[in-house]
Design a protein around this ligand. Structure first.
Ligand SMILES: Cc1cc2nc3c(=O)[nH]c(=O)nc-3n(C[C@H](O)[C@H](O)[C@H](O)COP(=O)(O)OP(=O)(O)OC[C@H]3O[C@@H](n4cnc5c(N)ncnc54)[C@H](O)[C@@H]3O)c2cc1C
Length: 477
C-alpha cells in the first residue's frame, strides 16, 4: 500500500512508553487496554477517557482509522479506501460529534441511475427496478419472521430479467456477500438507509478528527491476551497489565488466530460467533477519469441491468472531482481481487467500455484498487451473518470472563457493516467496562505476586440496541 498522508493521523502517545519484549516484568499498568484504533476503538477510548479511567490504545498499523481511512497521497484528492457513505447522517453517532471546522458534509444524491447496455433505463424501467427491489426486500423480511434462511431462498421467483441486478444490489453491494451467504434475519434487522451524506475531505478524515487528543500506540500489535488474572496484553514491545480489555479487531482477524487468547478463545461461544460473522468482500477500483467522460453528475451512483454476477456499481465524480469508483463485491469481487490490482483495473476499464464505449479507456489516468481481503489487519470488508447465525451478534456482546469485551461493526445488530455501528459498539463496550470497574481504584500492579483471583461477575446485561443505517439502498419505505 502506498504511504498514507500522516497529517491527520495521531502520533504515538507519550503516556505509554512500551519497552522491548523481554522476560522482565512489564509495563505501565492501566485500567483498560483498547485493541485497535478504528472507529470502535476510538469511540471506546473517548468514552473511557470521559469516565476518568486510564487506558492504552494499541494499534497494529502505523495509522489510525482501520477500515475508515482517507488516502491523500495516491490521487490529488481525498480517496476513501474503506467507508465512504455516511449513512443516515441525522442519527449517525459520528455526525453528532464530528468537528465542525475544516470538514464539509453534504447530502448524497437521493436517486440512482441504471444502465441497460449503452443507454440509461427509461422512467418506466426504473420504476420496474424499484418495484422489484421493494418486493425482494419485503419477501426477505417476511421470510425472516419465520426462520433464518438464506436471503436468496426468500427471493420471489418472478423477478424476471431484473434478478441479477437485484441480487447484486441487495447482496454484494449491500452486504459484501452473495445473497445465498446472507442470513435473512440479519438482513431484515439491519436498519433502513434512508439518506446518506459524504464528507468532501473524506470519511476517514472525519474519523481521524474525532481521534484528536486520543493517545494511540501505533505499530503495536496485540499478539496475546491472558485473561486469567485481570488482563495481560502482549505486544512485541512488552506486556501491559490492565483490569479489562476492549478488543475491536475484525471478525476475520479474530478467527485467523493471530491474537492468542489464554484461556483459549476457541473453546468459547464467542469464537464460534466470529466465524459465523465473517467479512464479505467489497473493494473500490478507483479511476481518475479525464474531462467527465462518463457525463455524470457529482456523486452519481449507477448500477447495471446485468445478466449475471459479473457486474459492479459506479460512483462517479466523487465530491465533484475526476475520481470515480467502480465497486466490486461478493464472490465475483472476491475472485477478481484475488487476481490482483491489474486484473481489477482491467475489469473496470472493460466493463465501463461495455457500458459507455471504448473511448472511455483512453480517458483513464491514474488508478488504484483496494484489496481488503488481503489486508492482514482486516482480512475483508465488513461482516454479514451466515444463514441461521444472526444471533451470533448478540453472543459477541457478552464479555469473556468479565475481563474482555468485544466491539466493532460485527458487534451491532442493526448497524453492522457501518462506521456508525462500529462507533456505537465501541461506546457500548466502554460503558460496560466502566460499570464493571465501578468506583475508581488504582490499576493493578503489573509485577505484583498474583493476588487472589478476582471474582468474575455475572455477564453484563444486554446492551442498548442502536438504530439507524446499514449498507442498503433503496429499501422499502
Ligand atoms: C471497501 C469498504 C467500503 C465500506 N463502505 C462503508 C460505507 O460507505 N459506510 C460505512 O458506514 N461503512 C462502510 N464500510 C464498513 C466500515 O468501514 C467498517 O464497518 C468500520 O470502519 C469498522 O470499524 P471497526 O472499528 O469495527 O474495525 P476496524 O476499522 O477494522 O478497526 C480495527 C483496528 O484494529 C487494528 N488491528 C488489527 N489487528 C490488531 C492487533 N493484533 N493489535 C492491534 N490492532 C489491531 C486494525 O489495524 C484496525 O485499525 C466499508 C468497508 C470497506 C472495507
Amino acid at each position: 500500500m502506498p504511504r498514507l498522508s500522516r497529517r491527520s493521523f495521531l502520533a504515538a502517545s507519550a503516556a505509554f512508553a512500551a519497552r522491548p519484549a523481554t522476560s522482565a516484568p512489564a509495563l505501565p499498568a492501566t485500567d483498560v487496554v483498547i485493541i485497535g484504533a478504528g472507529a470502535a476503538g476510538i469511540a471506546a477510548a473517548r468514552r473511557i477517557a470521559a469516565g476518568g479511567r486510564k487506558f492504552v490504545v494499541l494499534e497494529a498499523a502505523d495509522h489510525i482509522g482501520g477500515r475508515c481511512i482517507t488516502d491523500t497521497y495516491t490521487f490529488d484528492v481525498p480517496y476513501d479506501r474503506g467507508a465512504h457513505w455516511i449513512h443516515m447522517p441525522d442519527i449517525n453517532p459520528v455526525m453528532k460529534l464530528a468537528p465542525r471546522q475544516g470538514l464539509e458534509v453534504y447530502p448524497a444524491p437521493a436517486s440512482q441511475k441504471v444502465r441497460i447496455g449503452r443507454r440509461y433505463a427509461r422512467e418506466g424501467e426504473l420504476e420496474d427496478f424499484l418495484a422489484v427491489q421493494v418486493r425482494a426486500n419485503r419477501a426477505i423480511t417476511e421470510a425472516a419472521r419465520k426462520s433464518d434462511i438464506a436471503c436468496e431462498q426468500a427471493l420471489p421467483n418472478d423477478l424476471a430479467d431484473w434478478r441479477p441486478a437485484i441480487e447484486f444490489v441487495l447482496g454484494p453491494f449491500g452486504c459484501g456477500k452473495d445473497l445465498a451467504e446472507v442470513s435473512a434475519v440479519d438482513f431484515a434487522k439491519s436498519a433502513e438507509r434512508g439518506a446518506d451524506a459524504f464528507c468532501r475531505q473524506g470519511f476517514g478524515t472525519l474519523i481521524s478528527g474525532l481521534a484528536q487528543g486520543v493517545p494511540v500506540q501505533l505499530s503495536t500489535p496485540a499478539t496475546a491476551i491472558d485473561m486469567r488474572r485481570n488482563v495481560a496484553v502482549e505486544t512485541p514491545k512488552g506486556t501491559i497489565a490492565a483490569r479489562a480489555a476492549i478488543v475491536t479487531v475484525s471478525s476475520n482477524v479474530i478467527a485467523s488466530g493471530t491474537i492468542k487468547f489464554t484461556p483459549d478463545l476457541a473453546t468459547r461461544q464467542q469464537f464460534d460467533a466470529f466465524g459465523k460473522l465473517s467479512l464479505g468482500s467489497y473493494d473500490h477500483i478507483a479511476l481518475e477519469l479525464k474531462e467527465n467522460v462518463l457525463g455524470l453528475e457529482s456523486d452519481d451512483l449507477v448500477f447495471e441491468k446485468s445478466s449475471g454476477s459479473r457486474t459492479a456499481a459506479i460512483l462517479a465524480n466523487i465530491s465533484g472531482t475526476p475520481l470515480c469508483f467502480v465497486e466490486v463485491a461478493g464472490s465475483f469481487g472476491r475472485d477478481l481481487s484475488a487476481k490482483g490490482e491489474a486484473a481489477m483495473v482491467n475489469f473496470a476499464a472493460d466493463w465501463l467500455a461495455g457500458l459507455y464505449g471504448a473511448e472511455i479507456k483512453q480517458a483513464i489516468r491514474r488508478t488504484h484498487a483496494t484489496r481488503w481481503n488481503s489486508e492482514p489487519l482486516a482480512l475483508g470488508a465488513f461482516s454479514a451473518a451466515a444463514p441461521g447465525a444472526q444471533s451470533a451478534r448478540r453472543v459477541l456482546m457478552e464479555p469473556v470472563d468479565n475481563a474482555v469485551w468485544f466491539a466493532g461493526e460485527a458487534v451491532h445488530e442493526t448497524l453492522w457493516g457501518t462506521v456508525g455501528g462500529a462507533w456505537e459498539s465501541g461506546e457500548r463496550a466502554a460503558d460496560a467496562v466502566l460499570r464493571r470497574l465501578g468506583s475508581k481504584e488504582p490499576p493493578p500492579e503489573a509485577e505484583a505476586t498474583p493476588k487472589q483471583k478476582p471474582k468474575r461477575g455475572r455477564a453484563e446485561p444486554p446492551m442498548r440496541q442502536g438504530s439507524g443505517a446499514a449498507p442498503r439502498i433503496m429499501r422499502e419505505e
